[in-house]
Write a protein that binds this ligand. Structure first.
Ligand SMILES: NC(=O)c1ccc[n+]([C@@H]2O[C@H](COP(=O)([O-])OP(=O)(O)OC[C@H]3O[C@@H](n4cnc5c(N)ncnc54)[C@H](OP(=O)(O)O)[C@@H]3O)[C@@H](O)[C@H]2O)c1
Length: 245
């Protein structure tokens, strides 16, 4: 994959938006909101069940996804202005989040790091070269407040916490590199709040505010729209507040 395919969207055009993890609770809501708002000329869905198939277990699918997006940019003359990553793993066939150190399990840890850390790192590798070198462009990676080391008061969930903390470091590192090629770029990690999706469903406790994915998606898009390049590299929540790493 070579160079950014387009640097100008032309007068009155706002570019192309990509959502990775479009089949998830939050991802589907982000796609729906972006399509409804009409802020971007084209919204492209990527995921394991999307037409442009992308699975973190297979790097060649990530490279092929980037190539497909580069092709769409070239065809339309649009630049990739928004990359949103809404993938994530907490529980499933591969295991459950650890309540204590006795539950630490290599297979679960490998999977949670594959989905929450390695996959997004490979997205940076294959998709960031497509971002334009001029004009505003935004990359948002949905992380989680529990990945904040400074904010960890409860313990537990070793793998999820560590994989999201590592994601936050990747985002910060990529933000610095991206600024070198485009000073108007913004690359952030995002905390969506607790959202009613399959990921949170088994852990929704009474007393916890659980919001519909549509509301969380709307909040995240509003936060991203209001961010300035000075915020690049930060972990930002759905209210626009910067959280400690
Ligand atoms: N829900 C919450 O309360 C909450 C709170 C804090 C942070 N978050 C974060 O928000 C993000 C979205 O989660 P969600 O709540 O929408 O969960 P979800 O409904 O379970 O969605 C998870 C997404 O991750 C994708 N994914 C899983 N394994 C993958 C793999 N091997 N390759 C590529 N994609 C893979 C899924 O793809 P498929 O559609 O193909 O399965 C799906 O799109 C995650 O980063 C999560 O950590 C959620």
């Amino acid at each position: 994959m070579s160079g950014s395919p387009a640097t100008s969207d032309g007068p009155g055009r706002s570019g192309l938006a990509v959502v990775v993890g479009a089949g998830g609770g939050l991802g589907a809501a982000l796609v729906a909101q972006l399509q409804h708002a009409g802020r971007y000329d084209q919204v492209v869905s990527l995921g394991r069940a999307s037409e442009i198939h992308l699975d973190y277990a297979d790097e060649s699918s990530i490279a092929a996804g980037a190539q497909a997006v580069a092709g769409l940019c070239a065809e339309s003359g649009l630049a990739l202005r928004l990359l949103l990553v809404a993938t994530g793993f907490l529980h499933g066939q591969q295991g459950q989040p650890e309540r204590g150190w006795r539950h630490l399990d290599a297979a679960y840890l490998q999977h949670v790091f594959l989905v929450n850390t390695v996959g997004p790192a490979l997205l940076i590798k294959h998709f960031f070269p497509l971002l334009p070198r001029q004009g505003r462009c935004v990359a948002g990676f949905v992380s989680a407040r529990v990945g904040s080391i400074g904010d960890n008061a409860l313990g537990g969930w070793y793998g999820y916490r560590a994989s999201k903390a590592a994601l936050n470091q990747l985002v910060k590192t990529a933000a610095i590199e991206l600024t070198r090629s485009n000073r108007e770029s913004i690359c952030v990690a995002l905390h969506p709040g607790t959202v009613d999706t399959p990921l949170s469903q088994p852990f929704a406790k009474t007393g916890l505010t659980v919001r519909p994915p549509q509301e969380a998606a709307g909040d995240l898009l509003a936060v991203l729209a209001g961010l300035a390049p000075a915020s690049t590299g930060a972990l930002v929540d759905y209210r626009g507040q910067t959280l400690p790493f």
